[in-house]
Design a protein around this ligand. Structure first.
Ligand SMILES: *Cc1c(COP(=O)(O)O)cnc(C)c1O
Length: 598
């Protein structure tokens, strides 16, 4: 997608947009650093599916002028970061509106840039990127929309106030009055306070009663995205009063949205939403346990198929299943395609990945060798090191099966020193273990482009989170679309996606890391390598990945569920029966707090 082609100077008609989608990060284009990871990818994929299926949506986020960081890794895997500045002035049309908010006891001017997400039939989803770098603002305030997830908690609260309060003010200035407001994660929850202000129509906010709160919650939908406690933003009351002012702060307190004596974005979102959901069946259930006073539903995530399918698969499907772009469910017709052709498409993706790796790093990977991929944000619960838990055993397996290759990638948050240590550990293992049979490499700067290359090119996608912290995971869905099976812990989406020996393999639940690593190695040695050695069986599995998982774990299906169950439910729906059982799954997991960031 090129920026110039994606934007025109004509503002789409906003008066008929009935759904407003608010997200702190949105991955809009590979050239724009407006996202950090899975949450932003999901937001972008949601809007791309909304555009393809002509949903009446408009979206709001922040401009993030200095982007999310670029990762640099030195010889020993030590991570350093640099900004990715960009200039919306030269890339995007202006929304031609400046709105004024009162924050921190002073006036803040906010403008916006417009990015048009254009669907396959030409339908446009306008995305407004809020920007406080406006002349007349306090110099510190001009940098509020610079750094995604940067700064301290005070800076973060100011950003979330700009997103929620500024977003509603901007939509109104543009003549937009949606019926439904979707908070994609708690970051956007202050939009409810803006709606409450409208509801009170000039009466002081602290006079809001239960009926006023209900009137707001009838308009709001909230998706929570992680059971990891650190993922739920909370702020001290001093900051709440300082940033939002007495009236709004007192209203939040009176509405019962404080939690453990702190302003908590998740509890604001819960209190002011009529529909709340987790992002996979199990995550709905885990979230229900975390928030027993609220009803929590589940809508399983997906990925935008046309964004993540490799060029060779797109060509194949355009020829054989031409309707797939407007309706991904037709991909089920993949069962009418010879598996050898699926395998050939995948091989092209593998060759392209290895050519790119060779160009970037000088390392040559063998396209005939079984290749595992592991790429995700570096967080301790994601356990990048499980694959390397028993190095001697891994080497022995590599030698026995005639060669094994592993590609790693992932960024640690700049403040996460433990995470940075994990990257150095993988580097050290690679140096120690690399041999003619086993080849391990950690790739720099995991981003949209590298994520696509990896999920299209490796043979098996590996995911080893500590249960039950993986709310959904979406990279394995990208892999499945491209005919790549997963080897994964039964957590998040994989509980729903794993058909053993058909779409991939489950790492059996264990009480210890030893036990889970043991299961991982056993699956690799006894099941995966033998099937890989049988190209016909392997190609049939690749086809099942598309036919069973690609047809379901996409954002066309996901958005249809949001439309039918969340935005416009035909009737009030009860908590769905959460089918989180799986023949290979034994435990029900409790949430224990993760260690805080160093
Ligand atoms: C898809 C994607 C993610 C999310 O993947 P998970 O499976 O949730 O880890 C994160 N970062 C990038 C760059 C991606 O493409």
């Amino acid at each position: 997608m090129s920026l110039s082609a994606a934007s025109s100077s004509v503002t789409p008609d906003l008066t008929h947009r009935s759904i407003a989608y608010f997200s702190m990060e949105i991955a809009l284009s590979p050239d724009l650093p407006t996202y950090s990871g899975g949450l932003g990818m999901l937001a972008g994929d949601t809007l791309r599916s909304a555009a393809d299926t002509a949903a009446p949506m408009v979206a709001v986020s922040l401009v993030h002028r200095r982007g999310y960081f670029r990762q640099h890794l030195d010889d020993v895997g030590q991570q350093t970061e640099s900004d990715v500045p960009w200039s919306p002035e030269t890339a995007l049309p202006s929304a031609n509106q400046i709105i004024a908010l009162t924050l921190q006891g002073r006036q803040l001017l906010v403008r916006a840039w417009r990015f048009d997400v254009i669907g396959v039939t030409g339908h446009v989803i306008p995305v407004f990127l809020l920007d406080t770098d406006v002349e007349g603002n306090d110099p510190w305030d001009r940098h509020l929309t610079d750094h995604l997830y940067g700064g301290d908690t005070y800076y973060r609260l100011c950003q979330e106030a700009v997103l929620g309060l500024g977003g509603i003010a901007l939509l109104r200035a543009l003549g937009s009055r949606p019926e439904v407001y979707h908070m994609n994660e708690g970051h956007a929850a202050l939009l409810a306070i803006a709606l409450l202000e409208e509801q009170l129509a000039g009466r002081p906010l602290r006079d809001a009663n239960e009926a006023d709160i209900q009137a707001v919650s009838r308009q709001c939908v909230f998706t929570t995205h992680t059971p990891v406690p650190a993922g739920h933003d909370q702020f001290g009351l001093d900051h709440m009063y300082q940033v939002l002012g007495n009236d709004r702060a007192a209203a939040i307190d009176r509405a019962g949205c404080l939690h453990n004596g702190l302003m908590n974005m998740t509890y604001i979102a819960l209190r002011f939403s009529r529909f709340v959901n987790g992002v996979a069946m199990q995550h709905g259930k885990v979230s229900q346990q975390m928030f027993p006073n609220y009803k929590v539903h589940a809508i399983t995530n997906g990925v935008h198929a046309a964004t993540w399918l490799s060029p060779s698969f797109q060509e194949l499907f355009d020829a054989e299943i031409p309707t797939w772009r407007t309706d991904n469910q037709y991909l089920r017709s993949v069962y009418g395609i010879d598996p050898a052709r699926i395998a050939a498409c995948h091989l092209k993706g593998k060759q392209h990945l290895f050519a790119t790796v060779a160009k970037r790093t000088g390392h040559f990977f063998n396209p005939n060798a079984l290749t595992l991929g592991f790429a995700r944000r570096v967080a301790t619960y994601k356990r990048a090191s499980l694959l390397l838990h028993d190095p001697a055993r891994l080497v022995a397996i590599a030698e026995k099966i005639g060669g094994l290759q592993i590609l790693f990638a992932g960024k640690a948050h700049p403040a996460d020193n433990a995470g940075k240590g994990l990257i150095r550990d993988v580097y050290a293992s690679a140096v120690r273990l690399n041999s003619s049979a086993l080849k391990i490499h950690y790739l720099e700067n995991y981003d949209w482009e590298l994520g696509a290359l990896l999920t299209q090119g490796v043979d098996v996608w590996v995911n080893t989170p500590r249960r039950p912290y993986e709310a959904s995971g979406t990279s394995g869905m990208k892999a499945a679309l491209n005919g790549v099976p997963s080897l994964s812990i039964l957590d998040g989406w994989w509980i729903e996606g794993c058909a053993e020996n058909t779409t991939g393999w489950a790492i059996e639940d264990g009480e210890t890391e030893d036990a889970e690593a043991n299961s991982l190695y056993e699956k690799l040695e006894e099941h995966i390598a033998p099937m890989y050695a049988n190209p016909i069986a392997w190609s049939e599995m690749q086809r099942h990945c598309v036919g069973m998982n690609g047809t379901f774990f996409n954002t066309h299906r996901m958005l249809a569920q949001y439309l039918g169950n969340a935005y416009y439910p035909p009737r009030s729906i009860d908590l769905p029966v959460v089918a989180d059982h799986h023949p290979h799954r034994r435990s029900t997991d409790a949430i224990v707090p993760e260690p805080a960031l160093a």
